[in-house]
Design a protein around this ligand. Structure first.
Ligand SMILES: NC(=O)c1ccc[n+]([C@@H]2O[C@H](COP(=O)([O-])OP(=O)(O)OC[C@H]3O[C@@H](n4cnc5c(N)ncnc54)[C@H](O)[C@@H]3O)[C@@H](O)[C@H]2O)c1
Length: 252
């Protein structure tokens, strides 16, 4: 079933992990995908994987922490494909793993710039494009760390909590304009982000394996499918929610 047939979807952070898998999933379901990332090589690999499979994708170098860059990417998508239907604000950095008093000030700012301001710019310019067309669906990547405190992730968690709140504002302010805004809150997903953390802090691997009540780590496909639901008409009456995709972690 092609759930997003003829839609245009911008996916930030699509050079890796959840973003790349979501880009492939949307392309498999009929969308034209704009792969937006700072990583040009990874972005090219995502585009190649989609086009080799008969899908439609373009890479646009995008730094989500730079409003001009976000605006230009959205303009490119609209110019190239005639509109914007889905925006997945997925790009983020993990930042330091450190307790609050040891958390570096510059790193905190960087985490806020990418993980919070990046989502804000995406919403701001994405909504502008969707208002000019016939609405659309915005999905943003939150985390279990945005719902409850996960020790040593204060900057990351604060940004993710704010993503949930921005999602509610966007949902309420544009409910009459055909624009829906939702978020997903993954638990621990097998991606490059988690691999980097395990490389730096090998002691955390066992903790990650045992975080979710369901055994092991999530596969990126399990998050991508939730994003596909929120990006398609299957969720036509769903707006303002942060959907947990975390094997039951938040139910405890
Ligand atoms: N992996 C997990 O366990 C997990 C858990 C909860 C939430 N998340 C969230 O899911 C999303 C994707 O995470 P992932 O695990 O796939 O990470 P990842 O590190 O594998 O991929 C992140 C991508 O974002 C890109 N990126 C970083 N800074 C950018 C910027 N300024 N502008 C544009 N692109 C930028 C990177 O180049 C990379 O391609 C993130 O928002 C993350 O916080 C991940």
């Amino acid at each position: 079933m092609e759930l997003v047939e003829n839609d245009t979807a911008i996916i930030t952070g699509a050079a890796s992990g959840i973003g790349r898998t979501t880009a492939k999933t949307f392309a498999n379901h009929g969308a034209s995908v704009v792969v937006a990332d700072v990583d040009e090589d990874g972005g090219a690999d995502t585009v190649a994987a989609i086009t080799e499979n008969g899908g439609d994708a373009t890479f646009v170098r995008t730094d989500v922490s730079d409003p001009t860059s976000v605006q230009e990417t959205i303009e490119t998508a609209v110019d190239e494909y005639g509109g914007l239907d889905v925006l997945f604000n997925n790009a983020a950095i993990e930042g330091p793993v450190a307790r609050l008093e040891e958390y570096d000030d510059d790193a905190f700012e960087q985490v806020i710039d990418v993980n919070l301001k990046g989502v804000w710019y995406g919403m701001k310019y994405g909504i502008e494009a969707m208002l000019a067309d016939d609405g659309g669906s915005i999905i943003s990547a939150s985390s279990i760390g945005g719902e409850v405190a996960v020790p040593q992730y204060s900057g990351y968690g604060a940004a993710k909590a704010a993503v949930g709140q921005l999602t509610k504002y966007a949902a309420i302010e544009y409910a009459e304009d055909g624009i829906r805004a939702n978020a997903v809150a993954p638990g621990i997903v097998r991606t490059e982000m988690i691999e980097r953390t395990i490389d730096e802090h090998p002691e955390m691997e066992e903790q990650f394996q045992n975080t979710e009540p369901m055994p092991g780590l999530a596969d990126p496909e399990e998050i991508a499918n939730a994003v596909l639901f929120l990006g398609s008409n299957l969720s036509s009456r769903v707006t303002g929610v942060t959907l947990p995709v975390e094997g039951g972690y938040l139910a405890q």
